[in-house]
Design a protein around this ligand. Sequence first.
Ligand code: SF4
Length: 456
Amino acid sequence: MLKASRVPMPTRSAEERIRCFDEVALGYTPQLALEEASRCLGCKNAPCMSGCPVGVRIPDFIAKLKQGDADGAAAVIKGDNNLPAICGRVCPQENQCEKLCVRREKLGGSVAIGNLERFAADNATATSCARPEPCGLKVAIVGSGPASLSCAADLAKCGVEATIFEALHKAGGVLVYGIPEFRLPKALVQKEIDQIAALGVKIVKNVVIGKTLFIDELLEQYDAVFIGSGAGLPSFLGIEGENLNGVYSANEYLTRVNLMQAFKEDAVTPILLGKSVAVVGAGNVAMDSARTARRLGADVKLVYRRSRAEMPARAEEIEHAEEEGVEFVLLTNPVKILGEEGKVTGMRCVQMRLGEPDQSGRRRPVEVEGSEHDIACDEVIVALGTTPNPIIKQSMPSLETTKKGTIVADEWGRTSVKRVYAGGDAITGAATVILAMGAGKRAARAIIDDLCGKKD
Ligand code: SF4
């Protein structure tokens, strides 16, 4: 078993998947899960665990899988992670737990911890959730993304009455509006949200905190407020032509498709079905946008100003995008979006080369003189990242924020306003689901400690 290689995840063929929105990764069968679980050495010091932002007891849950006990494995995971089926799909395990697995270098590759987590969550049959006795505390939670869900679940497990306020008509935040169905089926997201609701968490939809209700008002009715409102304000290129018809932010494009199902013929929300789409950016959101556009029938070019080695997206997403026919146009930077009669007809770009490293160690892209050229397209999707929505700050000037609009908070989520906590993308800017969950968990702990007078 020491020499056995990692069991690959079965996937749908590229030809099949570009014709539908069904999930690409098919999940392990019980036999494959057993085979992969058997590769875990059950290390006593479990280095993998120090790479998990929520501290899942990895060797313990894998030991349950070795015994064929998916319910037991799921119970171990849920002790620390309230959204295992989601994390098993979208966490960048290769940069976290799996990066620290002792098998990584010479023993056939890291144990596929994420794939096993997904298997345990998908195959567990036990659904009972013990509701603890109410402790008398009430906490309002702003937003229903991963930080908020995690915070609410941990509070509820301690008997705190947690009420989530969501601006949209569906709970889940970026899990429902941002990540496409082919990476994260929405029925699974709903199942894990239902399990959190079964702990006693209330979810109130269609309420925009900072517009229909204010944090000051929440503080009158609740003992504390947690802000987990994410980072939903898209960044743009700031170049001529960005207001043309056919230019979308990735945020808007994906929300129309994922949340509003605009691709359906009878959908109330429309979407422009471009024939030739240019996606600007190379992170996971850019890959999601490009792969979505492919499924909507477009030829897709992904335009990035650095080289492939600097692409910030997960390796798996880059490979899947390429398999699905997305063309990478590298070392290329848009300088103008071209149009006729108000509609996009192309993008003027310049060639780039990589210069000296910047402060982050990444080589800086430098424009090559006289390299202007045009790329023909009828739709442009800008995927350059997001920052927190300014509504909350505008409605509560005493809440300290950075120049980038992120809320200032300590490692436990305590903000500049007493009894107001924050976590996830609202304080870090756009990051990963699991980091947001870790922040939600820490804030839940701090809220309970502070309200019960037991500060660390
Ligand atoms: S480091 Fe790898 S082999 Fe060791 S317990 Fe963790 S998953 Fe198993």
